[in-house]
Design a protein around this ligand. Structure first.
Ligand SMILES: Cc1cc2nc3c(=O)[nH]c(=O)nc-3n(C[C@H](O)[C@H](O)[C@H](O)COP(=O)(O)OP(=O)(O)OC[C@H]3O[C@@H](n4cnc5c(N)ncnc54)[C@H](O)[C@@H]3O)c2cc1C
Length: 416
C-alpha cells in the first residue's frame, strides 16, 4: 500500500460531489498545484458491467443540474460523457394540492433549449471519478478519514487515519473542507452554524408512470410537504420516457410510515397525494430517506481554511438548488486561487479567502432565502395564506418579470 502524502499545496477533505468537482477544476485550471483529496469511504471500482455503485457522496439520489452547472461540466470537457445519462427539463409545472393555482415555466419562452438536466448521482460519480483518476496533479486518498484539523499562521495540519495504520500528518498552506452537513472540520475550525429543522424527511426513489414525462418537471406543494417529480433518462427495461425521479418531502413521522409500506400501497398513497397529471404510477424502486434541515455556517473561511459545499450551507431540496449553488462557490473559489497564484500570493492568505467569501455572500443568501421561503410559505395551512398562495401562483403567471426571475434561479443564473 502506498504511503499517504505528508505535504501538498491544497488538501480537500471529502470526496462527495463538491470535493470531487473542486479537485477536477483545480487540476484543469491550476495543474501546477499538488492537490490531495481525502475521502473517508473507499471509492468503488468503476466496472460498468455491474449495477451502478453508490458511495456516501454519489448515492441513490438524482440531481437537477442547472444550465450554469452543465456549462461548468462542459468547460471541464466532461459533458459529452455525462450527457447520455442526463435528460433535459423543458417545462416546470408548479402547483398546490387541492387549490386552483398552477404555474408553468417553459424553456422556449425563456429562449433556451432547457432549464437544466437531470441525472443520477451515481452516474455523475462514475464519470467524475474516472476523470479524476486520470489527473496527475491530484492524489486520491480514499478509505482515509481526517480525524483532526488545526491551523496555524504557517499551515493547516491534518491527521489522516487509514484503517488500523499509525496516523499520518499532512501539512498544507490551504485546506478546503467539503465534508458534508455534519462537517467535523467546521467544528475543528471553530465555525458555528445556524440550524433549522424542517421536521420533514425526503423520500427519494425512482418511479414509473403510464404517461411519458415529456421533459416536464413537476413541483407540487401539499400540506405535508413539497413533491418534486423530475424526468429521468430511459432505462433498457422500460418504455420510453416513463422513468421519473421522485423527492417526496413529508413530516418525519408520516415519512417513516410511508417508507414501510408495500410497493402497491406506496404507489396508491403517492397517486392520491400527487393526482393524475403524470398518469398512473406503475412501479417504484428502492426508497431512501433524508432528514431535511437548513444549516448555514456563520462564517466560511479562516486563515488557511475554507469550508465548502454542504459543510458551508445545506438547503431543503425543494427547488433543486443545493449542489448548483455549491458549484458556483467552487467556480469563484478556483478563480480566486488562480488570481492568488498569478500574484505569487500565499494560497491560505486570510485576505484572499475573505474576499472569496464576500463575493459569494449575495448569491448564497438569495438562494437560501428563496428555498427556505418556498418551504415555509407552502407548509402553512392557514386559509388566508392558502388563498394568497393560489393568487400568488396565478399572479406569478401574469406578473411581468416574476416568471423570468424564477426561471433564472432554476437555470442557476441568479448571480454568476
Ligand atoms: C433529497 C435531496 C435531493 C437533492 N436534489 C438536488 C438537486 O436536484 N439539485 C441540486 O443542485 N442539489 C440537490 N440536492 C443537494 C445536493 O445533494 C448537495 O448539495 C450535495 O450532495 C452536497 O455535496 P457535498 O460534497 O458538499 O457533501 P456530501 O455529499 O455530504 O459529501 C461529503 C463527503 O465527505 C466525506 N467525509 C465526511 N467526513 C469526512 C472525514 N472526516 N474524512 C474524510 N472524508 C469525510 C463523506 O464520506 C462524503 O463522501 C439534494 C439534496 C437532497 C437531500
Amino acid at each position: 500500500m502506498t504511503a499517504l502524502p505528508t505535504q501538498a499545496d491544497i488538501a480537500i477533505i471529502g470526496g462527495g460531489m463538491v470535493g470531487v468537482t473542486l479537485a477536477l477544476m483545480l487540476a484543469r485550471e491550476l495543474p501546477q498545484l499538488q492537490v490531495v483529496l481525502i475521502e473517508g469511504q473507499r471509492f468503488p471500482a468503476l466496472d460498468l458491467s455491474q449495477p451502478l455503485p453508490y458511495t456516501a457522496g454519489f448515492d441513490a439520489r438524482n440531481t437537477a443540474l442547472s444550465r450554469r452547472t452543465v456549462q461548468a461540466f462542459t468547460d471541464l470537457g466532461l459533458w459529452q460523457q455525462l450527457q447520455p445519462h442526463a435528460t433535459p427539463i423543458h417545462q416546470i409545472h408548479i402547483s398546490d394540492r387541492g387549490h386552483f393555482g398552477l404555474s408553468r415555466l417553459r424553456a422556449d419562452e425563456e429562449h433556451v433549449e432547457s432549464f437544466g438536466q437531470v441525472m443520477e448521482n451515481a452516474w455523475l460519480g462514475v464519470v467524475l471519478l474516472a476523470a479524476l483518476k486520470a489527473c496527475p496533479s491530484v492524489t486520491l486518498c480514499d478509505g482515509v478519514a481526517v480525524t483532526a484539523l488545526a491551523t496555524s499562521a504557517e499551515s493547516a495540519t491534518l491527521t489522516l487515519q487509514r484503517g488500523d495504520d499509525e496516523p499520518t500528518t499532512l501539512r498544507v498552506p490551504l485546506v478546503v473542507a467539503a465534508d458534508g452537513t455534519q462537517s467535523r472540520s467546521r467544528e475543528w475550525l471553530g465555525l458555528g452554524a445556524r440550524w433549522h429543522d424542517y421536521g420533514q424527511t425526503a423520500l427519494v426513489t425512482t418511479i414509473a408512470t403510464s404517461l411519458p414525462h415529456e421533459h416536464i418537471a413537476f413541483e407540487r406543494f401539499t400540506a405535508d410537504g413539497p413533491i418534486a417529480l423530475l424526468p429521468l433518462p430511459d432505462a433498457r427495461d422500460q418504455p420510453a420516457q416513463t422513468r421519473r425521479s421522485l423527492v417526496w418531502a413529508l413530516k418525519t413521522e408520516a415519512a417513516q410510515r410511508v417508507l414501510a409500506l408495500s410497493d402497491a400501497a406506496f404507489l396508491a398513497e403517492f397517486q392520491q397525494a400527487f393526482g393524475r397529471r403524470a398518469g398512473r404510477f406503475t412501479r417504484v424502486g428502492q426508497r431512501h430517506a433524508y432528514p431535511l434541515q437548513l444549516m448555514v455556517a456563520h462564517q466560511q473561511t479562516v486563515p488557511r481554511a475554507v469550508i465548502l459545499g454542504n459543510a458551508a450551507h445545506s438547503l431543503h431540496p425543494v427547488a433543486g438548488q443545493g449542489f448548483n449553488l455549491c458549484l458556483r462557490d467552487v467556480l469563484v473559489l478556483v478563480e480566486s486561487l488562480r488570481e492568488a497564484t498569478l500574484a505569487g500570493a500565499d494560497l491560505g492568505n486570510a485576505q484572499h479567502l475573505q474576499a472569496y467569501e464576500a463575493k459569494r455572500t449575495a448569491d448564497q443568501q438569495q438562494i437560501i432565502r428563496f428555498s427556505d421561503s418556498l418551504v415555509r410559505g407552502f407548509s402553512n395551512a392557514n386559509p388566508l395564506l392558502q388563498l394568497a398562495r393560489n393568487i400568488g401562483l396565478l399572479g406569478f403567471d401574469l406578473l411581468p418579470g416574476a416568471k423570468p426571475l424564477v426561471a433564472r434561479y432554476a437555470m442557476g443564473l441568479s448571480h454568476v
